[in-house]
Write a protein of this length. Structure first.
Length: 201
C-alpha cells in the first residue's frame, strides 16, 4: 500500500451533516406539492445544477414546470440558502480530524455543490484547512462522473495511489476507486476512524 500524501473530503454528508430529503421535504410543505413529485423532479435536474449548467433560479423553475407549481415558479427566494442554513450543520468530529491532519498531509475537497451552498459553507469558515477545492459547479462535472476524478488527478502533484478520498455515497467511492484513488465510504465517524487507521494515518 502506497503512503497516503493527500486526503480529499466530500462536503455534504461528511464535513457537513446534510441530507437532500431535508430540502425536498421543505419544498413540499412550503409549496404544497407531493413530496415524491418534488424528489423525482429534484433528481432530474440536480446534476445540471451541481455541474454549473443551470443556476438556482432555473433549477427551481424546471422543477416547478414538472410539478405544475405556479408559486414555486414565481418565487424569488433562494431556497437553497434558506433551507441549507436552516438544517445543515458542520460535522465537528470530522472537522477535528481534518485539523489533526493539517501538518502531515495535503488536504482537499471534492464536492458536488452549487454556488449558494458553497457560499454558506465558506461563511462557516470550515474550508480554510484545505489547500485544494474541487467544486463541481466550477469544474463542470459532478461525481460520480469519471471526468471529475480525472480533473483532480491532473491538477494535484500526487500519484492517484497516494490519495485518499472520503465520501458518504457508495457510487462516488466506487468511481474514485475506478479512477485509481484510495477511497473510504463514510457511514459515521467511528467507522471512519477505523478505516483511516488501516492507511496508517
Amino acid at each position: 500500500m502506497s503512503e497516503i500524501k493527500c486526503v480529499l473530503f466530500d462536503i455534504g454528508g461528511v464535513l457537513v451533516d446534510w441530507h437532500m430529503s431535508w430540502i425536498t421535504s421543505e419544498i413540499s410543505k412550503q409549496f404544497q406539492i407531493n413530496e415524491d413529485q418534488v424528489t423525482n423532479a429534484f433528481s432530474r435536474y440536480l446534476n445540471d445544477l451541481d455541474s454549473g449548467k443551470i443556476d438556482e433560479r432555473l433549477f427551481w423553475q424546471q422543477i416547478a414546470n414538472d410539478v405544475d407549481s405556479i408559486s414555486l415558479k414565481q418565487t424569488n427566494e433562494s431556497l437553497w440558502n434558506t433551507y441549507f442554513r436552516k438544517h445543515a450543520k458542520p460535522n465537528h468530529d470530522v472537522i477535528k480530524l481534518v485539523q489533526s491532519l493539517r501538518t502531515s498531509h495535503t488536504l482537499g475537497i471534492i464536492s458536488n455543490i452549487e454556488r449558494v451552498t458553497h457560499k454558506v459553507v465558506d461563511d462557516w469558515n470550515i474550508l480554510k484547512p484545505f489547500e485544494h477545492h474541487f467544486m463541481s459547479y466550477q469544474i463542470g462535472f459532478s461525481k460520480p462522473d469519471s471526468r471529475i476524478y480525472r480533473h483532480v488527478i491532473e491538477n494535484l502533484p500526487f500519484e492517484p495511489a497516494s490519495m485518499l478520498f472520503i465520501d458518504d455515497k457508495k457510487t462516488n467511492v466506487d468511481a474514485a476507486t475506478d479512477a485509481g484513488l484510495n477511497a473510504i465510504h463514510y457511514t459515521g465517524f467511528a467507522s471512519l476512524q477505523s478505516s483511516i487507521a488501516e492507511y496508517d494515518i
